[in-house]
Design a protein around this ligand. Structure first.
Ligand code: GLN
Length: 229
């Protein structure tokens, strides 16, 4: 059973990123891979047995609540260190960094990615497209954030921004380290790019997965990519 853990959706669910879990479960099912999505509240400890951990977007106060809950027991860090897949979107990405700085506070992050997030000078909202080294086509989504993220020397960007802002620093989006993926791509990003969902499934099962004929999903992905300015 592939365990998909949706972390603190009551806090990290503001921008619809919950759909990433649903896409993963659906696309696992297309391969007859049994998968279970488990919602974990910030009041409860994370399961240590997750194969894929998902974090979504949130307002500043909500993400701080989530960060403080995740700090207890370092379960996500231990799981990531053992190779579990982590996909963190916007706020979820920001709290995986070393430091999360708001106008009112400076808080230590979970330290999974060598990044620091600080207040920006304007809200960054709109369509976004990112070129990555994982695919020969851009990933699309939307962004809506006021903070910006700077990569440290040990962080590799998730991709190069083709449209929009991404991190808001140095023309890149997100950060990646082994199976830990951080990005500013809401969408949900996996609904926008089913190929990315399949890559995460392969990383989680540890082997290649069969091709599937999901023509509608690919048609939608290509339609979105054709809109990139
Ligand atoms: N609260 C964070 C910010 O405004 C993240 C927003 C989000 O998750 N979309 O930068």
């Amino acid at each position: 059973m592939l365990e998909i853990i949706r972390i603190h959706n009551e806090l990290l669910g503001t921008y619809g990123d919950r759909g990433n879990a649903d896409v993963l479960k659906y696309r696992a099912g297309l391969r007859k891979i049994s998968a279970r999505v488990t919602d974990i509240s910030y009041l409860d400890p994370l399961p240590k047995t997750g194969d894929i951990y998902l974090l979504g977007g949130a307002e500043d106060a909500a993400q701080i609540l989530s960060l403080n809950a995740l700090r207890k027991g370092s379960i996500l860090t231990r799981a990531a260190n053992k190779g579990a897949v982590v996909l963190a979107i916007c706020a979820g990405f920001q709290i995986l960094g070393n430091r999360y700085v708001t106008r009112d506070a400076e808080i230590e992050g979970l330290g999974l990615l060598d990044v620091v997030t600080t207040p920006g000078d304007r809200r960054l909202v709109g369509d976004i497209a990112v070129a990555t080294e994982l695919f020969d086509f851009p990933l699309t989504g939307f962004e809506n954030h006021s903070s910006v993220t700077t990569l440290g020397p040990d962080a590799a960007p998730f991709g190069k921004v083709l449209q929009g802002n991404g991190n808001g620093v140095a023309g890149v989006d997100g950060a990646i380290d082994k199976n830990v993926f951080g990005t500013y791509l809401h969408g949900p990003v996996l609904a926008r790019s089913p190929e990315f969902a399949d890559l995460l499934l392969e990383r989680a099962v540890g082997s290649s997965i069969s091709e599937v004929d999901d023509e509608l999903a690919l048609r939608y992905a290509k339609w979105r990519r054709a809109l990139i300015k």
